[in-house]
Design a protein around this ligand. Structure first.
Ligand SMILES: [Zn+2]
Length: 403
């Protein structure tokens, strides 16, 4: 009937219960249910009791398998116990400034992480039954300012042959997830790459902002959360997170913990930023890069790949119990992270903007529903053409709203 999925979604949500089927969401959103390949039935019972890390601050969704809960609890405890010894390399002023920390010991890093990570969802978390519109109209900070969602040139990626929603979902997922290149040489799948983790909360916030509504989520064992900021801190486990670092059979070693923690910090960075820097979305890797045409790089100097790399190096240096092989694997991983930081963008390689916003706004043209505010300044979302090479710089990391 109605051609506008946003409108039909809003209409249906007025008359029915507030938990909505995700597929009714418009393109930006959307997609997530497709992108995350949700299963309808979890393979294990949903826990009713709240399960947390040792501090009680980070909450596990009831659908996270218990062995994974245990591993992550161990990871966070190992982070807490980190103490730079007398021989540890001094922390650079750059790292202090990047993270706003002084000593770089466990408790300080743990605090940084906890500000940005609040919930951990399982790999098969069922978004279809869990995400709902908490409020149909919501006033966002910086309503006219949206981040650039980069996209490779047309025809360069299989994503663009997918249907609208799936395409948008995949793009958003890629923009908010680290794609592992180094996992014993087998990180890539047919669909492009394996996701190790993703910042689901940031994706929900972004989706809500695009559509001018407030998104909520029901988390088994933890209750409901309203996504009023990218700092909602809802992190989703991906298929690659528990792939062992060096020993194919065991992912519980201290090196595995350090590797997962680096990924955590990467994801946590996606909880930062506002307006144009919202969630520190990834950039399309430039021509000639190993990950050319994939949204797996950063076009700034303080984004997730920088944070993940800096933390990875720091944890490697402080890891007294790591074996030589573990340290080498960790080193390859953080060097890979640093290799995804684009330092200069050539004049003739300015990022191409995704059509996500345009598609979302076009749908309002023939509908009485008012378009989201940013649509009125859509042309300004396009980066202005330049005739000189552009140096990357640090982005504003203060978050939009707070939880
Ligand atoms: Zn990422």
């Amino acid at each position: 009937m109605a051609s506008n999925p946003i409108r039909s979604f809003l209409n249906s949500s007025r008359t029915t219960e507030k938990t909505r089927v995700f597929s009714k969401f418009p393109a930006g959103i959307i997609a997530l249910s497709l992108a995350f390949g949700v299963l309808s039935t979890p393979a294990f019972a949903l826990g009713k009791k709240k399960v947390t890390d040792f501090s009680g601050k980070i909450i596990f969704s009831g659908d996270v398998p218990l062995n994974q809960v245990k591993d992550i609890q161990d990871d966070l405890k190992r982070l807490h116990d980190l103490t730079p010894g007398p021989d540890a390399p001094a922390m650079s002023a750059w790292m202090q400034e990047l993270l706003g920390i002084k000593k770089g010991d466990g408790p300080e890093l743990e605090l940084w992480l906890r500000d940005r990570v609040r919930y951990i969802l399982g790999e098969d978390f069922n978004a279809d039954h869990s995400v709902f519109v908490a409020r149909e109209k919501h006033e966002y900070l910086n309503p006219f300012l949206m981040p650039v969602v980069e996209e490779a040139p047309l025809g360069m990626t299989p994503l663009q042959t997918e249907s609208d929603g799936r395409h948008a979902a995949r793009l958003l997922t890629e923009s908010l997830s680290p794609l592992p290149k180094i996992f014993n040489g087998s990180g890539f799948s047919d669909s492009g790459a394996v996701t190790v983790m993703s910042n689901f909360g940031s994706a929900l916030y972004f989706t809500g902002k695009i559509n001018g509504l407030l998104v909520g989520i029901k988390i088994p064992g933890a209750g409901e959360a309203r996504v009023v900021s990218p700092r909602a801190g809802i992190i989703k486990i991906g298929a690659g997170l528990f792939k062992a670092l060096v020993d194919a059979k065991d992912s519980t070693g201290v090196g595995d913990s350090m590797s997962r923690l680096s990924t955590f910090f990467h994801e946590a960075r996606h909880s930062d930023g506002n307006g144009a820097s919202l969630s520190f979305l990834h950039a399309v890797c430039p021509k000639g890069h190993d990950l050319e045409h994939i949204n797996a790089c950063d076009r700034n100097l303080n984004g997730p790949y920088t944070v993940g790399g800096v933390i990875g190096r720091h944890l490697t240096e402080l890891c007294e119990k790591c074996s030589v092989a573990e340290k080498e694997a960790l080193r390859l991983s953080y060097l890979d992270s640093f290799g995804r930081v684009i330092r200069v963008t050539a004049a003739d390689a300015q990022p191409r903007h995704s059509l996500i916003y345009y598609n979302a706004c076009l749908k309002f043209l023939s509908e009485p529903e008012p378009a989201p505010k940013y649509c009125s300044v859509l042309s300004k979302l396009e980066p202005a053409p330049v005739d000189f090479d552009v140096d990357s710089r640090p982005w504003d990391d203060s978050p939009e709203g707070s939880r």
